[in-house]
Write a protein that binds this ligand. Structure first.
Ligand code: GRF
Length: 203
């Protein structure tokens, strides 16, 4: 079984979806570590409740962004992590971490990339006036929300949508596609060919 670490800064509902999928026996992974840069993250509570080891690495405890990221890398190595899932992790990983895990770090983003990268993607989509948005699971490269796309799910924008209502409907889809993307990885069904991620047939 592959060893999974989740990095989260906040609420942790995507982490919860992963924990629940593992609990139902749907994901052949061992969730070995939840790491946060925020000691108050609800994600840490969720991990403790599920009996998963947690660690907090705070940016302010390190002189440079590089040193902070090297500490994260040490934890990933200590726990012999095979796959890293960013789930509401609010910082950009430094090149040292990304290069150590090529196509082995995933992120979930609440838009149909490459539209609306960066912060507040749901607000960006509403303000732009798109009729369809959604969510994307992708591998992490050295850019921001630019890596090869694994799964996307479309969500229609309704006439009366607010940022909150739209975010809620996108989140329901996030909770389905993130465990699914991890399952595809864990069962050896993803092949990265340049920018394209090919999903192999089962069996
Ligand atoms: C999600 O919308 C995710 O797409 C984005 O940050 C949010 C995290 O939510 N990257 P949660 O912490 O998983 O509840």
């Amino acid at each position: 079984m592959i060893r999974l670490a989740v990095l989260a800064s906040g609420r942790g509902s995507n982490l919860q979806a992963i924990i629940d999928a593992v609990g139902r026996g749907e994901l052949p992974v061992k969730l070995v570590l939840v790491l946060s840069d925020n000691p108050r993250a609800q994600a840490l509570e969720r991990a403790r409740t599920a009996g998963i080891p947690t660690v907090v690495v705070r940016r302010e405890d390190y002189r440079s962004r590089r040193d902070f990221n090297l500490e994260i890398l040490r934890w990933l190595r200590r726990y012999q992590v095979d796959l890293v899932a960013l789930a509401g992790y609010m910082r950009v990983l430094s090149p040292e971490v990304v290069r150590a895990y090529p196509n082995r770090i995933m992120n979930i983003h609440p838009s149909l990339l490459p539209a609306f990268p960066g912060l507040e993607a749901q607000r960006q989509a509403l303000e732009y006036g798109v009729k369809v948005t959604g969510c994307t699971v992708h591998f992490v490269d050295e850019g921001v929300d630019t890596g090869p796309i694994i799964i996307q799910r479309a969500v229609p924008v309704r006439e009366d949508d607010t940022v909150e209502s739209l975010s809620g409907r996108i989140l329901e889809q996030e909770h389905q596609i993130y465990p699914e993307a991890i399952r595809l990885f864990a069962t050896g069904r993803l092949r990265v060919e340049g920018r394209r991620v090919r999903v192999l047939e089962e069996g």
